[in-house]
Design a protein around this ligand. Structure first.
Ligand code: CMC
Length: 424
C-alpha cells in the first residue's frame, strides 16, 4: 500500500491521485497504471523514467556509481567472491554456506555437457558466421531439447533450467569459437573451475595438454562476475518481455542474446577493440575525438557513456584494476593498449565528455583484458552473454514467481487516421 500520492491534473481539469511507492533505496516511483481508466497512457520512449517492475535482485545508483547484488557491492563481490558464488547469490538471494556452494558447483559442473545432437547444428553454420549469430541459434535450439520436460510454473523446473543454462553456456560459447577456426569441440572437464573449464574448451586441443594460467583464470572469472547482472537493461528487459508470454526460458535467453548483441549494449566490448584498430596510433586520437564530438557524425567513442551511470561505472573501476594486474602479469605488449590509455586520458580531460558525464564503462576495460588473454574480438560479446545468463534467468524466475502480466507497451499513434480505400 502506498502512503504517499501524487496529484495529476488532466486536460479536462479533473485531478487524479496516483499512488507513490518507496523502494528500500532509490527514488520513489509513481504508479500510473490507474491512468488507463481515465483514457490516458504515459509516453516515455527509451523508458528513461519508467519502472517496469518491482525487483529484489540488483540495485544501481547511477549518480553515485553504486551497484549492489542482493545488497552486496560489486567491489566486495569482486574481492571476496567468485562467479559461481555470485550466480548463487543472484538466483537464491543469499550467499551460500560452504556446503551449499559445494553442492551448487557440483550441480553446475554436472550439467556442462550438451546433447550430442546439438553439436550437429554447427555444421549448418558457415565457418565465418559471427559467434553471436551462432550463439543465438544454438541457445534457442536448447529449447528443442528441454521443452516438454519443463513446466515453468514449477519452481524446481525453473531451478534446473537455470542450472542447465549457466552450465551449458560456456560449452556452447567455446563451440562457436572452435567451429569458426575449424578445430574439434572439446568436451568440458569437471575437475576445472568454471573459468578454467571455459578457457580449456576455448584453447585446448586433443593433441596436447593445455594448462590454464592462474592469472588468466582469475581474470576470466572476474569478467564473468562483473557482467553477471545489471538490473533492467535492454537484454534483461527483452528476456522478461519474452518470458511474460510464458515462452520457454531457453528461447527467452536466446532473445536476450539478440538484444545484447548491439554495439550500444553488449556489442560495445567488441566495438571498443575495432575502434582501437581503426584509430591505430596515438597521433590519430584527436581526429577521432573531434568525430565523436561532431553532432553530424554518427561516430561515438565506444566504451564511453552509460544510460544509468552518470558519474562512473563501478564495474569499470574493478575492471581497470584487473586489467592493470593482467597486463603486468602476462607482460603483454599490444600497441592498442597505448592508444586505449591515451584515449582514456584525453577523453577524461575533455569538457565535451565531462559535461555529458561520459566516462569509460566496463566494456572499455573488459575488451582490453579479453584481448590480452588471447580471446578473439568476435567472441567478446559471447563472453558477456555467458556471464549475463544468470542475471537474465534470475529476473525471469523472479517475474514468474509472482503474479505477472504479459508485457505490452502502448504507443502514441501519429499515422493516418482511418481513410477510405481508393476506388479506381
Ligand atoms: N561518444 C560520444 N558522445 C557520446 C557518447 C559516446 N560514447 N555517448 C553519449 N554521447 C553523447 C550523445 O551524443 C549526447 O550528446 P548531446 O547531448 O550533445 O546530443 C549525450 O552524450 C547523451 O547521450 P545519449 O545518447 O542521450 O545517452 P544514452 O543514455 O541514451 O546512451 C549509451 C547511453 C551507452 C547507449 C551511449 O553512451 C553509447 O552509445 N555509448 C557507446 C557504446 C557503449 O560503450 N555501450 C556500452 C554500455 S556499458 C555495457 C552495457 O551495460 O551494456
Amino acid at each position: 500500500m502506498a502512503d504517499k500520492h501524487a496529484t495529476l491534473t488532466l486536460p479536462s481539469g479533473k485531478t487524479v491521485e496516483l499512488p507513490v511507492y518507496s523502494g528500500t533505496i532509490g527514488p520513489d516511483v509513481i504508479d500510473v497504471a490507474g491512468l488507463l481508466k481515465e483514457g490516458y497512457f504515459t509516453h516515455d520512449p527509451g523508458f528513461m523514467s519508467t519502472s517496469a517492475t518491482e525487483s529484489r535482485i540488483t540495485y544501481i545508483d547511477g549518480d553515485e556509481g553504486i551497484l549492489l547484488h542482493r545488497g552486496y557491492s560489486i567491489e566486495d563481490l569482486a574481492e571476496h567472491s567468485d562467479y559461481l558464488e555470485t550466480c548463487y547469490l543472484l538466483w537464491y538471494g543469499t550467499l551460500p554456506t560452504p556446503e551449499e556452494k559445494a553442492q551448487f558447483v557440483y550441480n553446475i559442473t554436472r550439467h556442462t555437457m550438451l546433447h550430442e545432437s546439438l553439436a550437429h547444428f554447427f555444421d549448418g553454420f558457415h565457418h565465418n558466421a559471427h559467434p553471436m549469430a551462432m550463439m543465438c541459434g544454438a541457445v534457442g535450439a536448447l529449447s528443442a531439447f528441454y521443452h516438454d520436460v519443463m513446466d515453468i510454473r514449477s519452481q524446481r523446473d525453473r531451478e534446473i533450467a537455470a542450472h542447465r543454462l549457466v552450465a551449458k553456456m560456456p560449452t556452447l560459447a567455446a563451440m562457436c569459437y572452435k567451429h569458426s577456426i575449424g578445430q574439434p569441440f572439446m568436451y568440458p572437464r569437471n575437475d576445472l573451475s568454471y573459468a578454467a573449464n571455459f578457457l580449456y574448451m576455448m584453447f585446448g586441443t586433443p593433441c596436447e595438454e593445455y594448462v590454464v594460467s592462474p592469472a588468466v583464470e582469475r581474470a576470466m572469472d572476474r569478467i564473468f562476475l562483473l557482467h553477471a547482472d545489471h538490473e533492467q537493461n535492454a537484454s534483461t528487459s527483452t528476456v522478461r518481455l519474452a518470458g511474460s508470454t510464458g515462452a520457454n526460458p531457453f528461447a527467452c535467453v536466446s532473445a536476450g542474446i539478440a538484444a545484447l548483441w548491439g554495439p550500444a549494449h553488449g556489442g560495445a566490448n567488441e566495438a571498443v577493440l575495432r575502434m582501437l584498430d581503426e584509430i591505430g596510433t596515438v597521433d590519430q586520437i584527436p581526429r577521432f575525438i573531434e568525430k565523436a564530438k561532431d553532432p553530424n557524425d554518427p561516430f561515438k567513442l565506444m566504451g564511453f557513456g552509460h544510460r544509468v551511470y552518470k558519474n562512473f561505472d563501478p564495474r569499470a573501476k574493478v575492471m581497470k584494476a584487473s586489467s592493470d594486474e593482467v597486463l603486468a602479469e602476462l607482460k603483454v605488449v599490444d600497441p592498442r593498449l597505448k592508444v586505449a590509455m591515451e584515449l582514456e586520458r584525453i577523453a577524461l580531460s575533455d569538457p565535451y565528455f565531462a559535461d555529458r558525464k561520459l566516462f569509460p564503462n566496463v566494456d572499455f576495460y573488459s575488451g582490453i583484458i579479453l584481448s590480452a588473454i588471447g580471446i578473439p574480438t568476435s567472441m567478446f560479446t559471447v563472453i558477456f552473454a555467458v556471464s549475463r545468463t544468470i542475471g537474465w534467468i534470475s529476473h525471469w524466475h523472479e517475474m514468474i514467481s509472482s503474479p505477472y502480466k504479459i508485457g505490452r507497451p502502448r504507443q502514441l499513434y501519429t499515422g493516418e487516421a482511418q481513410r477510405p480505400y481508393p476506388s479506381n
